[in-house]
Design a protein around this ligand. Sequence first.
Ligand code: PPS
Length: 303
Amino acid sequence: MSETGEIVGLSMLEKARMDVMETYCGIIFPGLVHTQESLQRAVTFQFQDTDIIIATYPKSGTTWTQEIVTLITRRGDPHLSETVPNWVRAPWLEHIYLEDALKASSSTPRILTTHFPYQLLSSALQGSKVKVIYVSRNPKDVAVSYYHFCKMAEFFPSFTTFQEFLHQFLEGKVPYGSWFDHVKDWTSQTTTMNNLFTITYEELWQDPHDAIKRMSSFLHCPLEENEVNNCVKHSSFRAMKENKMANSTLLPEHVMNHSKGSFMRKGKIGDWKNMFTEEQNQYFKSIYESKMNDWSSEIVWEV
Ligand code: PPS
């Protein structure tokens, strides 16, 4: 909240920009929350060495990680995550309200979020000691989650069918670009960046206790057992679905149409099996193999 009691960022959401898409370096970005200026400012952002960055392709566990990192830095105390919206306590670097959010939450370390592909941040990160957490998710589950999100997020492109969405997704023509490039480019920085921690949604899901412990040591914030347990408890799907500071229900209906879905939708792994046809699965597989054959990591396809 600002001093006047307004929720930071909401007054900047202009109805006139609902249908605008900004194109920057060949990637499209929803114009409601991005402008050419906000994108350019993010590219040249001056990081502080104490900053923590959460980098993700959309629908890969961004909000979950924002919650976890907020909790870790508060040693499991949920006060901040239950009183300040996620986009204020862990603002997106590229969003128009970044400056306002940074002013509103003066706490350190700063937690920043980005959906930028690595190339757009590489020069800003050069020589910096910021700690970056990169979260990825099974792209089939990402696609399904993204498709449902586009139905309710009125400032995202709309798709009539999943088939139509899947085609655009695989072509990299959805907001924030290609999943393939995003994941390949960020994860391959593990050899060049000392301060990059990569983790998957599936690892978080299977063993949140272990994932949170590893994340907290990466952040140089080792926790007591009961503090880890509190982080696990307050970042559970059930807790976050109820937390209006994380579940997007603070956003006005014309921005996020809650009659068309729920941001905290299922929170499962393998939900793609309820959506993909066999034909779509084969189509996905052929594109995946052609794009990822030079990738040194692997996706957790089955758990
Ligand atoms: S966004 O719009 O890019 O910020 O979306 P993002 O937060 O990356 O992804 C949303 C999906 O993450 C699920 N989610 C969770 N799953 C398990 N546990 C917790 N705590 C949790 N919090 C968010 C959310 O439900 C979306 O996935 P789907 O598959 O649509 O349910």
